[in-house]
Design a protein around this ligand. Structure first.
Ligand SMILES: [Zn+2]
Length: 129
């Protein structure tokens, strides 16, 4: 049986990529890995993981992931990753999703901070693309 590919399109099996991060059995080794696991959590609508990996300074109280229309996430491409300090990083990515019959792109540069060994999402800037 072939291993399930990871939704983050890393090319690795899900079990060796985002699954242990989302399960909490392995910390994200870097900001890109955290970003990928958060994308995968969006595909799984895993609100608890998304909130847990959000920096407390910007974390919303809740995410309404089931709000209609629910986007179907269909692809991720990481364009750039940059360490901006010892405990800060940026990751630029394009995520593709479908709402109804239409395909959309989310092109964002996300900022991440590491505290107590854990990378967390802070905020992002959207790009026109
Ligand atoms: Zn993955």
């Amino acid at each position: 049986m072939a291993a399930t590919p990871c939704p983050c399109e890393s090319g690795k099996p899900y079990a060796d990529c985002c699954a242990p991060l989302i399960a909490g059995t392995r910390p994200a080794p870097d900001a890109e890995a955290l970003m990928r696991s958060r994308y995968t959590a969006f595909t799984l609508r895993d609100e608890a993981y998304l909130l847990a990996t959000w920096h407390p300074s910007t974390r919303p109280a809740a995410l309404d992931l089931a709000a209609e229309p629910v986007p179907k996430w269909i692809g991720l491409q990481v364009r750039r990753r940059e360490r901006t300090g010892p405990d800060s990083a940026e990751v630029e990515f394009v995520a593709r999703y479908r709402v109804g019959g239409r395909a959309h792109r989310l092109h964002e540069t996300s900022r991440f901070l590491r505290e107590d060994g854990a990378w967390r999402y802070v905020d992002g800037t959207l790009h026109e693309s």
